[in-house]
Design a protein around this ligand. Sequence first.
Ligand code: DP6
Length: 344
Amino acid sequence: KPAIVTCTAPVNIAVVKYWGKRNEDLILPINSSLSVTLDQDQLKTTTTVASCRSFQEDRIWLNGKEEDINHPRLQSCLREIRRLARKRHNDRDCSVDMGCLSHKVHICSVNNFPTAAGLASSAAGFACLVYTLAQVYGVDGELSGIARQGSGSACRSMYGGFVQWIMGEREDGKDSVAQQVEPESHWPDLRVLVLVASAERKPVGSTSGMQTSVETSSLLKHRAKSVVPDRMKQMIEAVHKRDFDTFAELTMRDSNQFHATCLDTYPPIFYLNTVSRQVISLVHQYNRHYGEARVAYTFDAGPNAVIYTLQQHVAEFFHVVRHFFPPDNNGKKFLTGIQVEPVS
Ligand code: DP6
């Protein structure tokens, strides 16, 4: 009889971006980053892991399609969880069933949002995989260092609320882990809107994009060394104080600098499209109208805008967006979907 565990993990959206690795295999970043983990209700991955003595081999299905289990990052996560389970067992923790350790697993993972559309699907995906495997093998404790080896940003989805990924200094990566800065309850009126400008797959994936940036962009080096360290401190302080104005400005500046490093990459990488740039202008006009930052945008490796705002501004801003981007813009696919994501 198989042991079956199902878990869900939410997407996280960075406000100080991770872009660039110092170690490709261990997935160690060139700068620390900070994100907000979204509510589980709307953007999430659901993963089921079954472990059974009769399974011949490990297998994985993503959104209903079988994928190659030999993918190096998948193998890293499986290996590290099993290593941890074996260690726990040797340390005589009875909750780890040694018999189960030799069993193969079948993994089934589904996203309820478009994969690879710049909506951090790998973050929720690997966080969920690592967490679910850990449940199957009965291990707990610090798992973000394992999720990191699946996808860098995944380590931040292991915690709720406001989460920093501390870059660490060690060559073995043991100190490159995620840490909760504040729990989800800290800023109850913070809201997230996702403006979907395109659900197509992005042309350049983050993994290869950041690799080219590390090789060719001097702006990225400057950012990692001289900009992000101070920005992390300021961002953490803004979060502690629930200072939305500062939080918003830092978020927008960081998104803009990240996309500037993409442009500084050679050959350049374009993630933003016309709609993205219109959203950027709209947000600045909206904020200028009120003489304060009421809304902030941020873009990952894709054209979809993620908007941070406060509950009291959601309805009005939503209305303004709907005015400039009607649902069916002459049949063109502009802003096909808008979701309100409470960070609870
Ligand atoms: C732009 O975590 O997807 O979303 O570590 O190679 O899997 P890998 O990259 P990934 O990169 C995410 C980049 C980003 C910024 C961020 O989430 O911090």
